[in-house]
Write a protein that binds this ligand. Structure first.
Ligand code: ATP
Ligand code: MG
Length: 572
């Protein structure tokens, strides 16, 4: 391989200009021989530190290209514009454009190295040297050998060269936390699905918190993953005594805001009522009936004065009403989720989420992809469910006698479930939980992958702990600034191209790659969820057929309007 890297097959495409340094150089490009983001090389000699001079290949990426033509003065353009003349009708030369490329240097490889590694350049590139266009195989070889990964996984191709495959390091991916950002429809979920299918081949356990049903396609395509188990769960709102804090938050946030005395009373209830570990709703109902009992005894004159004399009946009444409201909302959400499941029962088997404290292996086990289907739940209960489950699994990883293997948690809608403090939506239990995962997850082999449309609205602590970033198209200035500020992985040219990326084109930076790479993510159309489908609204309307109940209502409205019109006529 060392031989091949000695650039004998590489085409010369230009010449280095007169001023260079160790980070960048400019070169004059032959017409149409390279484009932005292309990898190029130039041979140069550097001192090796032992008194010898060695020949090396310096690798770089074309960051920008400028074009000018000195033979075509401004005045000529002015004349042609005013007189409406085409350039072909003039003697002016059009083939003498000067193309100047700016190259950001990535590093150098020694020519005698069989497994080329990029080393930081410590001596400038030589002016007037030839610049070459390396073969695709050699670029790919360099990317793979430089990545030095035990488990490289395939993501897509180099944006500038679609015959160069890009692999990323699975070990860093699952251990060092990943942030996937980009505006709606930019290709985040498609890429996460790509990563999931690669990690499934490595039998790595994963848990996806699926808010919209984007990952159900995996269940249907189980036959593509015959060595894996794919499980689809629906949440059960059950909690343990130690999660009382979360119930308190749920009641406080889902119900009416409580005054201080009302909160005191709620606390008393929480302390007095025996904890029912089976379901939040059951527990809330026992709080309500206990409180009702107290209220009744207070209202009946005989005992009234003994039980909780300091609490007014009005206070008890308000708390009761609020608890009732919370139960109603939770039941509603459970029902909505159940309706969605019912609608899809033809295609999918949903299982109730097992108890993570007693049977964690049913959720996390080797070769298993677990999908928790959260459709229908509002942010707060969804956050409570995710938080309780994640914390319980985390505890199992912390135990000396670990019952579950390392695993990766994938969280969509990051900005809603782990919002930044400035969003004033704190108290979502997921924020604390994921901070813990971000800070300590690596120690206990619990990696996280956060997906978000609005990175600038994410919790900063969690975002800053993500060591790898996948950035897709972003038009919002704040989000671009976020990428610029939080990611030391990209250079400014990378960030500048974010607004113009197409679907599925992204920049990968951080520990999963050796240097930032602009990629075209591979599209696995076989993993699409046919029931939810692509965003093909027009066809959906074309195939739309009103439900019987709607047809009846419309007919009734039409008949009614006829009757009322004729009644109106009769009146006149
Ligand atoms: N790598 C890709 N190659 C080709 N097309 C793609 C690719 N990635 C995304 N697309 C197209 O863009 C659509 C939207 O992609 P995706 O669902 O991944 O967006 P998203 O970033 O997850 O959006 P949202 O934030 O709304 O969930 C896909 O259905 C597909 O048509
Ligand atoms: Mg998505």
């Amino acid at each position: 391989m060392g031989e091949e890297l000695r650039n004998k097959n590489w085409k010369t495409i230009g010449t280095v200009l007169g001023e260079t340094n160790i980070n960048t150089y400019l070169f004059m490009l032959q017409s149409f021989k390279a484009k932005k983001n292309d990898m190029v090389t130039t041979q140069t000699s550097i001192p090796d530190g032992n008194g010898k001079i060695i020949k090396v290949n310096v690798w770089g990426k074309i960051a920008s290209i400028n074009c000018s033509n000195e033979w075509f003065p401004r005045q000529a353009a002015q004349e042609m514009a005013f007189q409406n003349i085409n350039v072909e009708d003039t003697p002016l030369p059009t083939s003498r454009d000067e193309l100047i490329c700016k190259v950001n240097i990535l590093g150098y490889t020694r020519q005698d190295n069989d497994e080329p590694k990029l080393l930081p350049l410590v001596y400038p590139v030589k002016p007037a040297n030839a610049v070459s266009y390396p073969d695709s195989v050699d670029v790919e070889k360099l990317l793979v050998s430089d990545l030095n990964s035990k488990h490289p996984i395939h993501i897509g191709t180099l944006l500038a060269r679609d015959n160069v495959n890009i692999k990323i390091d699975a070990d860093s991916l699952v251990s060092r936390h990943v942030l996937v950002t980009g505006m709606s429809g930019s290709g985040k979920t498609v890429m996460v699905r790509r990563i999931i299918s690669e990690l499934m081949r490595l039998h790595f356990p994963m848990l996806v918190y699926d808010i919209h049903g984007d990952y159900l396609g995996f269940v249907k395509k189980q036959k593509l993953f015959s060595n894996n188990k794919i499980k689809l769960f629906y949440p059960s709102l059950s909690i343990k005594a130690e999660d009382k804090e979360i119930i308190y938050t749920l009641i406080n946030k889902l119900g009416k805001p409580l005054t201080e005395p009302q909160n005191d009373y709620l606390n008393t209830l929480l302390n007095k009522v025996k904890f029912d570990e089976s379901s939040i709703i059951k527990f809330l109902n026992s709080l309500i009936s206990f409180s009702k009992g107290l209220l009744d005894s207070k209202n009946s004159k005989s005992k009234g004065s003994q039980s909780m004399p300091h609490i007014k009946p009005a206070t008890m009444f308000v708390v009761n009403r609020s608890l009732n409201q919370v139960v109603k909302k939770l039941v509603n959400m459970e029902n909505t989720n159940a309706r969605h499941r019912q609608r899809m029962s033809k295609y999918y088997d949903f299982e109730k989420l097992p108890d993570a404290s007693t049977e964690p292996e049913k959720i996390i086990s080797k070769g298993q992809l677990s999908i928790l289907y959260l459709r229908g739940y509002e942010t707060l209960p969804a956050s409570a469910i995710v938080s309780i489950l994640s914390e319980t699994l985390f505890k199992h990883r912390q135990e000396v006698d670990q019952t579950i293997p390392p695993f990766l948690s994938i969280l969509e809608e990051g900005h809603t479930l782990i919002p930044s403090r400035s969003e004033n939506k704190d108290n979502l239990p997921t924020v604390d939980t994921f901070r813990k995962f971000a800070a300590e997850g690596r120690k206990f082999s619990c990696g996280i992958m956060i997906v978000s449309q609005r990175p600038s609205r994410l919790d900063e602590t969690i975002a800053s702990q993500c060591n790898s970033h996948f950035s897709f198209r972003k038009k919002n200035q704040k989000d671009q600034r976020f990428v610029r500020e939080t990611s030391e992985h990209y250079d400014s040219e990378d960030v500048n191209q974010l607004p113009s990326l197409a679907n599925g084109q992204g920049i990968i930076g951080g520990q999963v790659v050796n240097f930032p790479l602009a990629v075209q993510v591979k599209f696995d159309d076989n993993l699409l969820n046919d029931e939810i489908g692509d965003e093909d609204f027009i066809s959906a309307v074309e195939n739309w057929d009103d439900k019987e109940s709607v047809k009846l209502r419309k007919k009734f409205a039409k008949d009614f309007s006829k009757i009322s019109k004729s009644a109106q006529k009769n009146l006149n």
